[in-house]
Design a protein. Structure first.
Length: 434
């Protein structure tokens, strides 16, 4: 989502005649997009401030802006903490960022702007930062398309509802227009974005749900061979979605379904609104519909009150589901979230032990699943040259597995059949067969 926001803002600035600078030293304007999801992400941003201050000392006319979730969360406090900042622009106000930057550069609006949090829900999502008019895309092959913003869930650990606001769906007409445009420009892989795509359509005047949207996309943009989506909430992922994933040729056979924990007690305290048993039932259903489909998830370990038994339940769920991959995080307390009231009784040391143990188990499962693909033929869309070797190209299967092959010919942008010959936990090695 942040990548999409950065791309949109870049498009706005290019439209105003700005050009990309070769380095931060040469830049007249630096906009720093930020994430608040974990403390670690925030510390990285604060860590960069010293470098920004030095740049500004050398070049006083340099304009520095903070955008995204940290801007939304900290607002004007940023100016107090970091006087070198000129602009703070919240997540709901990105469409104005070009005008704000121009005003600052012309010195019209005084030295600074803060964009307050109450504007969060005001940006009309159909404008998607005015993107109907802005054609800029960072990539030629893959595109990100926002279908909804915000989140109506209230998971107790999570800051997203406070930094991104309530759920707003974009009208299907506007999404389909963008999809047709992407199809005509030759995009091959489109990722539909939302915090909870399965509740797409809520609050719209039209009678449309997420599965219905996928059907419409398939109908209007059949030239796009790969459609993906993130993220689904387990509570709202259902049979109709799995049926559409099975039946529509362009919708990829990969589901990212964050579970967070395998323990019912922890899920309850997280307010995830589903149980371990419900989750496992959905997974069974998914596997019935898409036996060749892949699965990924997110876990939080060391949530307040997580016992050794709760953690063992998480490892057990990991084994039962056999995810192809998982993002595993230690719990990070976020200011203002309901979980701050829970007693965080898991020590940092214990959290990191659990993280290591869960990661180790997941690596073994990923390796096992990847090894099972040795000898199979996979359709791979090649995205880039690998960094290490000029004659090696990296791409993805429909199931989002990374595949590397050697080739004397440039493969970027091509869709080829590949025979898998070796496997590691994160990458498959293959040979071209077509
Ligand atoms: N809307 C998505 C999640 C977005 S946040 C969903 O519900 O699936 C992405 C992931 O970050 C979450 O799934 C969770 O695993 C992790 N996360 C969110 N808040 C966190 C916190 N306070 N500490 C640690 N991990 C967190
Ligand atoms: Fe956060 Fe939960 Fe909403 Fe995901 S569903 S964004 S974890 S509150």
């Amino acid at each position: 989502m942040n990548e999409r926001d950065s791309e949109a803002v870049t498009g706005i600035l290019f439209d105003k005649g700005y050009q990309a600078a070769a380095s931060t030293e040469e830049a007249d304007l630096i906009l720093y997009n930020t994430c608040s999801i974990r403390d670690h992400a925030e510390q990285k941003v604060f860590g960069r401030m010293g470098a920004f201050r030095k740049l500004k000392e050398k070049k006083p006319e340099l304009v520095i802006g903070i955008m995204g979730c940290m801007a939304q969360e900290h607002g004007e406090n940023f100016f107090k903490m970091n006087p070198e900042i000129d602009l703070v622009c919240g997540t709901g106000n990105l469409s104005q960022i070009g005008d704000l930057v121009e005003e600052i550069q012309r010195g019209r609006a005084g030295a600074r702007h803060a964009v307050p949090i109450q504007k969060l829900a005001i940006d009309r999502i159909d404008d998607d930062y005015g993107l109907d008019g802005i054609q800029y895309r960072a990539d030629k092959l893959k595109a990100l398309v926002t279908i909804m913003k915000g989140c109506d869930h209230r998971c107790t650990y999570c800051i997203v509802p406070y930094t991104r606001g309530v759920e707003i769906s974009r009208s299907s007409e506007s999404i389909l227009r963008e999809m047709k445009d992407l199809a005509s420009r030759g995009f091959q892989d489109v990722m539909l974005l939302g915090q909870n795509v399965n509740s797409y359509g809520k609050g719209l005047d039209e009678n449309m749900d997420f599965a219905g949207l996928l059907e419409k996309i398939q109908a209007v943009a059949p030239q796009i061979p790969r459609i993906r989506f993130i993220t689904s909430h387990p509570k709202d992922a259902h049979t109709r979605l799995f049926a559409v994933m099975r039946d529509l040729p362009s919708v990829c056979e990969h589901l990212h379904l964050p579970v967070q924990s395998g323990s019912n007690a922890v899920l309850r305290r997280m307010k995830r609104e589903h149980t371990r048993e419900w989750y496992l039932e959905q997974i069974e259903e998914y596997k019935r519909f898409l036996p060749q489909g892949s699965l990924s998830t997110d876990f939080i370990v060391g949530f307040p009150g997580e016992t050794e038994k709760d953690f063992a339940d998480t490892l057990d769920l990991m084994e039962k589901v056999e995810f192809d991959s998982a993002y595993i995080f230690t719990y990070s307390e976020r200011p203002g979230t309901p979980a701050t009231k829970l007693k965080d009784d898991v020590t940092e040391q214990e959290k990191s032990r659990r993280l290591q143990e869960a990661m180790k188990l997941q690596r073994a499962i990923s390796l096992r699943k990847n090894q099972a693909l040795i000898g199979t033929s996979q359709e791979v869309l090649f995205e880039s040259k690998t960094r290490r070797d000029e004659n090696r190209y990296g791409g993805r299967t429909r199931t989002y597995k990374r595949v590397v092959v050697s080739s004397a010919q440039d493969l970027v942008g091509q869709m080829r059949q590949v025979k898998i010959v070796a496997a590691a936990d994160e990458t498959l090695l293959g040979e071209l067969t077509s």
